[in-house]
Design a binder for this molecule. Sequence first.
Ligand SMILES: NC(=O)c1ccc[n+]([C@@H]2O[C@H](COP(=O)([O-])OP(=O)(O)OC[C@H]3O[C@@H](n4cnc5c(N)ncnc54)[C@H](OP(=O)(O)O)[C@@H]3O)[C@@H](O)[C@H]2O)c1
Length: 264
Amino acid sequence: MPLPCTTVHYQVIFLLNFRFFTMDLGRVQHFLQGKNILIIGATGFLAKVFVEKVLRVQPEINKLYLLLRASNSDMASQRLQNEVIQSDLFSVLRDKLGEDFDSFISQKVVVVAGDISLENFGLINVNLQNEMLEEIDIIVNFAASTKFHERFDTSMGVNTMGALHVLNFAKNCHKIQLLLHISTAYVCGEPQKGETIILEKPFEMGQPLKGTSKLDIHEEKKLMENKIEELRAKNADEKTVKYGMKDYGIERFVKFVSICFLYI
Ligand SMILES: NC(=O)c1ccc[n+]([C@@H]2O[C@H](COP(=O)([O-])OP(=O)(O)OC[C@H]3O[C@@H](n4cnc5c(N)ncnc54)[C@H](OP(=O)(O)O)[C@@H]3O)[C@@H](O)[C@H]2O)c1
């Protein structure tokens, strides 16, 4: 079957610890026992599967902090119920726990209203933030914009600055053991000696996939802000700003990245 291999979006992959991947299921279960995990982007396709699986295979997890976008904690709880907990995905766990299901969920899950495009995820509850910094052992970031023609400011906000905000938050966590960032940029395949036609080369920080100029995300952020100001100064309406920023995203993207489709 042909496997398309694309490299898209500016996104940084932070993998501080590979232990999670090299363990068999028994060891993963053991590793997760008693842990506190921050799961970011909890309403997303992959995150939901992860949340359900962790709760099902390791009920002795201590707490899951589930961060999702909402204007306040009540709205966040509502989203969690409607989009995650009440989904069919949880039917196996619901059947297994019977009438204990709801109390199990409320005992294990802490809902956090937050937005990774903001520093410290825009958390306003200082007590909750301190508790998280104190307690969290593992962070798994699933939050992303997966649209390939997204506004430049939105893509930058979530996929680039968001990844940086997650890293900065992790650095402040007192007992962090693992930060796992699920990336939008990806590659396929393991190199096979004598069989792999095109080998991957290691990249330096800031080295783009094409050209010689360095990619500096702070510079890109400034350019993005200037572009919005420029459009607004021309009294552009929101629709024009939206499409202007989408086109500007493509313009900046092709400066640094060649889009390639490999069929193997
Ligand atoms: N699905 C796959 O097969 C696959 C394969 C390989 C890699 N991946 C990568 O895995 C990651 C997750 O993919 P997915 O398919 O689960 O995506 P998804 O269903 O679109 O979920 C993305 C999640 O990110 C959240 N999010 C977006 N912006 C946010 C922000 N500013 N703050 C907090 N949360 C935010 C979304 O919340 P809202 O509900 O509020 O929008 C949503 O819950 C992506 O990086 C994707 O490229 C996915």
